[in-house]
Design a protein around this ligand. Structure first.
Ligand SMILES: CC(C)(COP(=O)(O)OP(=O)(O)OC[C@H]1O[C@@H](n2cnc3c(N)ncnc32)[C@H](O)[C@@H]1O)[C@@H](O)C(=O)NCCC(=O)NCCS
Ligand SMILES: Nc1ncnc2c1ncn2[C@@H]1O[C@H](COP(=O)(O)OP(=O)(O)OP(=O)(O)O)[C@@H](O)[C@H]1O
Length: 274
């Protein structure tokens, strides 16, 4: 089964691409890291308790305020849900302090998300899917690209388009909040270069400066290429022969480690040239 790591930066079009991939004619299963990151911090979970413990004392508005519709102890007595915009203000931005808190939040949420993803991947492998899409905003930053057969980056070359789409979609964010969110992530053009550096079939870039129709054309071409590379019979063979699946996974990990080493070298050389 092919693991397709789908990434980009905020509002560059990952969800738009994943909804195309989950619809006919592809019907691919999607494992969405943003959705899992919400699930693992619902009231009463380990993630929720850890966040309240660390951020609670210094963030008075960390939880949704009590109201007529929100009881003090939360809807089911496990606590009120997190006030996500408030937590976002604690962790998004370029300062050292924000970065430190972002690392703490990532340290709480990411291991839980990884475990949920693992369960999702195994479930889809057992159902015999030829591919599964891992929609992960922080694919490279979290190191999860190591497990993927292909990394697909949805990118825009013009940062103004990204900002315009972000502000239009998330109208509740101030201009400063939006800037901070964009600044909290690696520049999407760097991610695009990294996907290209993985080599043909291992890394793909979908440029999304144009219309959604233009994006669809690129998605069609990418899927045709990936389907040729990883045909259905190959998935059935991996399902019928679990030791082969383990060997292929080990080889994939080794090959991705090599690819990432080459990328680090390339980054070093580019820095030296500047
Ligand atoms: C800070 C939080 C509560 C803000 O929640 P909010 O609902 O406002 O935003 P949402 O979760 O929908 O994220 C929107 C986008 O922000 C970006 N983003 C989210 N978390 C991070 C992060 N830790 N670092 C950089 N960018 C991030 C992603 O592009 C994501 O698609 C939330 O983003 C969070 O819990 N982040 C930490 C977990 C994480 O890394 N999630 C990303 C997928 S694992
Ligand atoms: N080609 C396009 N033309 C016009 N609008 C677009 C295009 N692609 C995406 N959008 C719009 O831009 C916004 C951001 O896209 P989307 O939600 O897919 O991004 P994302 O990368 O998943 O964002 P996030 O990381 O925040 O989840 C959405 O409102 C979407 O409808």
């Amino acid at each position: 089964m092919l693991l397709i790591g789908l990434t980009g930066s905020i509002a560059t079009g990952k969800s738009t691409v994943s909804s195309l991939l989950s619809s006919p004619p592809y019907n691919l299963p999607i494992i969405d890291a943003d959705i899992l990151a919400r699930k693992v911090v619902e009231p009463g979970t380990r993630g929720y308790n850890a966040i309240v413990k660390y951020f609670g004392p210094t963030t008075p508005d960390l939880l949704v305020a009590p109201s007529d519709t929100m009881p003090e102890a939360g809807p089911d007595g496990k606590g009120r849900p997190l006030n996500r915009p408030a937590l976002g203000r604690r962790v998004f931005g370029g300062s050292e302090e924000l970065k430190k808190d972002r690392d703490v939040l990532n340290g709480i949420v990411h291991p839980e998300v990884r475990w949920e993803m693992f369960k999702g991947v195994v479930g889809n492998y057992l159902r015999g899917h030829w591919a599964v899409v891992l929609d992960i905003p922080l694919l490279f930053e979290s190191g999860l690209d190591r497990y993927c057969g292909t990394a697909v980056v949805v990118a825009v070359s013009d940062p103004e388009i990204q900002m315009k789409r972000l502000r239009a979609r998330d109208a509740h964010l101030t201009a400063e909040d939006a800037e901070n969110r964009v600044r909290s992530q690696t520049d999407v053009r760097v991610k695009a270069r990294r996907a290209e550096a993985r080599g043909s079939g291992r890394g793909l870039v979908l440029w999304n400066d144009g219309s959604k129709e233009e994006l669809q054309v690129q998605v069609d071409a990418a899927l045709t290429q990936l389907k040729t590379q990883s045909p259905g019979w190959w998935s059935y063979l991996l399902l019928a022969c679990p030791p082969l699946a383990v060997a292929v996974t080990a080889w994939r990990l080794w090959d991705n480690a090599r690819i990432n080493k080459e990328w680090e070298e390339l980054k070093k050389q580019t820095k030296q040239k500047l």
